[in-house]
Write a protein that binds this ligand. Structure first.
Ligand code: PGA
Length: 250
């Protein structure tokens, strides 16, 4: 049985006071006995603030990105070691906004995936197709290349301590959600692809859905057999809404 995971990606949002309210709100409503794990990924600037608040709670902490390097002359970058030093257990790798806006390609994403695991972090590997790619009917090809690049570089065993997030680019922040059936089809394809390498790792792999998940649509999405939780952007900035999504995954 795979344990559900709900991860909040706060992106570049918040202030010291709003981060305080949001974290406090989530902590006060978090069902500690719930079957789902809950993770928040604040901006790096607020990691230590959130780390101090979640210390000793069931709420897990993650980074939104990391450098492929461990340390050194890489101005503005944050290493996996630094994230782990702040109490992070997870880090998002290859988010589509970074792939699109910062030109991160499959090979760089794979190196970041490896760097994350080297630092003791669980990578949350994001994959997903653009609207154009979906229209051209190449969704599964695109996602296969994204997953295979990591398998080639990191080896299949590495997926045994990772999470995958399927995030169709056209559904991120647009209010347009993949239907549960559309998402399930891709989740199933990802699991089948991983199973061609290792059936046990595929069966245990948690695959999250991301892209305009809200309290109102979470339960339907999470009820699909291969959807093991969600990666939540906009709706994770509202404690009540986020907790509704967490409850839907439990
Ligand atoms: P969204 O973002 O929930 O705002 O669509 C999801 C994500 O980018 O991880």
């Amino acid at each position: 049985m795979r344990k559900s995971l709900v991860a909040g990606n706060w992106k570049m949002n918040g202030s010291r006071s709003s981060v305080d309210r949001l974290t406090g709100g989530i902590l006060s409503g978090l069902d500690t006995g719930a079957a789902a794990e809950v993770l928040v990924c604040p901006p790096h600037a607020y990691l230590s603030q959130v780390a101090a608040m979640v210390d000793g709670s069931a709420l897990m902490l993650g980074g939104q990105d990391l450098s492929e390097h461990e340390s050194g002359a890489h101005t503005g970058e944050v290493s996996g070691v630094m994230l782990a030093d702040h109490g992070c257990t997870h880090v998002i790798v290859g988010h589509s906004e970074r792939r699109a806006l910062l030109g991160e390609d499959n090979e760089l994403v794979a190196r970041k995936f490896i760097a994350a695991q080297k630092s003791g972090l669980t990578p949350v590997l994001c994959v997903g197709e653009t609207l154009d790619e979906r229209r051209q009917g190449v969704t599964i090809d695109v996602i296969s290349r994204q997953v295979e690049a990591v398998v080639t570089a990191a080896r299949i065993a590495a997926l045994g301590s990772a999470v995958v997030a399927y995030e169709p680019v056209w559904a991120i922040g647009t209010g347009e959600t993949a239907t549960p059936e559309q998402a399930q089809e891709v989740h199933d394809a990802i699991r089948s692809l991983v199973a061609t390498h290792d059936a046990k790792i595929a069966a245990d792999l948690r695959i999250l859905y991301g892209g305009s998940v809200k309290g109102a649509n979470a339960r339907e999405l999470f009820s699909m057999p291969d959807i093991d939780g969600g990666l939540i952007g906009g709706a994770s900035l509202d404690a009540e809404e986020f907790l509704t999504i967490c409850a839907a995954a439990a």
